[in-house]
Write a protein that binds this ligand. Structure first.
Ligand SMILES: *[C@@H]1O[C@H](CO)[C@@H](O)[C@H](O)[C@H]1NC(C)=O
Ligand SMILES: *[C@@H]1O[C@H](CO)[C@@H](O)[C@H](O)[C@H]1NC(C)=O
Ligand SMILES: *[C@@H]1O[C@H](CO)[C@@H](O)[C@H](O)[C@H]1NC(C)=O
Ligand SMILES: *[C@@H]1O[C@H](CO)[C@@H](O)[C@H](O)[C@H]1NC(C)=O
Ligand SMILES: *[C@@H]1O[C@H](CO)[C@@H](O)[C@H](O)[C@H]1NC(C)=O
Length: 471
């Protein structure tokens, strides 16, 4: 009897040990109608996400994360790198964005200095600032007596390593090698991890004849032998390449964090849910096992990304707005099991939508001379990335449908304001869902950043009135 109980207990516990595995996500906030931060934190908790990485120190988000049990990596945005090269500014940033939130219960563990700026970023403007910025942030953390609890790191892109070589031949690309080595030295001296973003999707996006063998973790078509090590996927090759580079520089076993890994679901021919599920599930199952050079060592990672961002820049491609594990409304896009007991992602709870109405092109109007201008205007101010080649609406809509899609995207972006469906008389509002196949005409959420602001201002006004009354 006792024995049976014990074995049942052990069996149950072998599951609970597996569930303890850590799960990180990037939480981007370039969103027109963000779900309330507290609802997002509940979503993270209900899915067992225990680490988030923020690209910038969003006050609402950092506050909502207080006392949540979730660890935070907060980013210094690229646009502030030049300023951070000034010690006083770096001190101020750390006070305002790390010390302050830690004091109110937000478990900030890392500061990410910039994002993928090793190659200088656009126009190379950041190159000279990264190392001084890192050094100043490290000093500021030490000054705040947080050097042991909060570590700095500098996320690089896997593309900053020499391409196509075996891990044993790996090196930083020549133009960044010297700077990267000095950054690695600074990180190592301060017990900080190295962070690398690895997104094989981009290889496929940039090169249509790139072989998909080896991109997905279930493919065994690519055994690449590197001395004693055998590789079956490009992720392991990238990760172990960095391991070799760091080891050659004298930093054996330096901690490596994967700062971004994932797969988008729209905006490109390869960006769809089935590829995303295959890649992400494969990676999650793989992460516990480590890589050939670092076997049986759980890979620390932050998935790209938590939720779709309809205002994200698309200079790199339309897919940039579609990295989310969750749709804009907090629903999971596809099943993903985060642990051995095959749990699926669960949706955000309590989400409120605007009314079920859409703005479409009124096909009874004869003079359509202003139509092209209207479509351009709508798409410049809303998200039309699903319309282009490879997008979820491409092939599901004719020209009329395209125009309607653009009109609706703008109308929803403007919170279904009646005036936002005018388009010189070409738009009209309907209540039958015009979606077709994979092409969804969305209903926007009943939250938007400007509404949130108005609420805050009126709360402030009330507070002020109370204050005056008390006086
Ligand atoms: C594209 O990928 C193919 C197959 O891996 C490779 O042979 C080719 O060199 C790549 N092209 C470029 C421009 O990188
Ligand atoms: C997803 O994209 C791949 C190309 O990368 C394609 O072969 C596959 O059919 C697509 N799946 C769906 C469901 O569209
Ligand atoms: C829906 O998409 C299919 C192609 O998949 C197309 O044949 C059909 O005309 C579309 N319907 C509408 C209403 O646009
Ligand atoms: C609009 O509709 C046509 C089909 O008539 C399609 O070929 C085209 O690519 C669509 N998208 C855009 C952005 O024009
Ligand atoms: C586009 O498709 C809709 C719905 O199927 C149809 O009513 C309309 O006539 C089509 N328009 C054009 C220009 O083909």
């Amino acid at each position: 009897m006792e024995l049976i109980h014990l074995s049942v207990f052990l069996l149950a516990c072998s599951f609970c040990v597996m569930r303890v595995g850590s799960f990180g996500v990037n939480w981007g906030t370039e969103i027109s109608h963000p779900l309330p931060a507290q609802m997002m934190v509940n979503l993270l908790k209900s899915n067992g996400v225990d680490k988030v990485k923020l690209f910038s120190p969003d006050t609402n988000v950092l506050r909502a994360l207080a006392h949540s049990g979730i660890e935070v990596m907060v980013g210094v945005p690229n646009s502030l790198l030049v300023a951070m090269a000034d010690a006083a500014q770096a001190n101020l940033w750390v006070q305002n964005n790390v010390v302050r939130f830690r004091m109110s219960g937000t478990d900030i563990r890392y500061v990410a200095v910039g994002d993928e700026t090793f190659n200088g970023g656009p126009n190379g403007v950041y190159s000279a600032s990264i190392r001084p910025a890192l050094s100043n942030i490290l000093h500021a953390l030490n000054r705040a007596e947080l050097g042991d609890q909060v570590k700095a790191t500098v996320p690089m892109n896997a593309g900053d390593l020499l391409d196509g070589s075996l891990p044993s031949n790996a090196a930083f690309k020549e133009d960044i090698a010297q700077e990267a080595a000095q950054i690695a030295a600074l990180l190592a001296q301060n017990g900080c991890p190295f962070t690398i973003n690895i997104n094989p999707f981009l290889s496929l996006y940039n090169n249509n004849s790139y072989s998909v063998d080896g991109i997905f973790f279930d493919s065994h078509a690519l055994p690449v032998e590197d001395g004693a090590f055998v590789y079956h996927n490009v992720f392991d090759i990238s990760y172990d390449s960095l391991d070799v580079v760091l080891e050659n520089a004298g930093y054996t076993n330096m901690e490596i964090i994967v700062g971004a890994i994932g797969w988008p679901t729209d905006g490109d021919i390869h960006a769809n849910s089935s590829n995303a599920q295959r890649f992400n599930q494969g990676f999650l199952d793989h992460a516990a096992n480590g890589t050939p050079r670092r076997p049986n060592r759980r890979i620390e990672f932050y998935m790209l990304s938590l939720i779709d961002e309809d205002m994200k820049g698309i200079s790199q491609g339309n897919f940039q707005r579609h990295w989310g594990l969750f749709r804009y409304d907090g629903k999971p896009k596809y099943p993903l099991s985060l642990s051995a007991n095959a749990e699926k992602l669960s949706a955000a709870v309590g989400v409120q939508y605007l009314p079920q109405q859409w703005c479409v092109l009124d096909t009874t109007i004869v003079d359509t001379s202003t139509l092209p201008g209207s479509i351009t205007y709508a798409c410049n101010n809303a998200d039309c990335t699903a319309l282009d080649y490879g997008g979820s609406c491409n092939g599901y809509l004719n020209d009329t449908g395209n125009a309607s899609y653009a009109f609706n995207a703008y109308y929803q972006m403007q919170n279904q304001d009646v005036g936002a469906c005018s388009f010189n008389g070409l738009g009209h509002i309907i209540t039958d869902n015009p979606s077709n196949g994979s092409c969804e005409f969305i209903i926007q959420l009943a939250y938007d950043s400007s509404a949130a602001l108005k609420q805050k201002i009126s709360a402030l006004a009330v507070a002020l009135m109370v204050f005056l009354v008390v006086l």
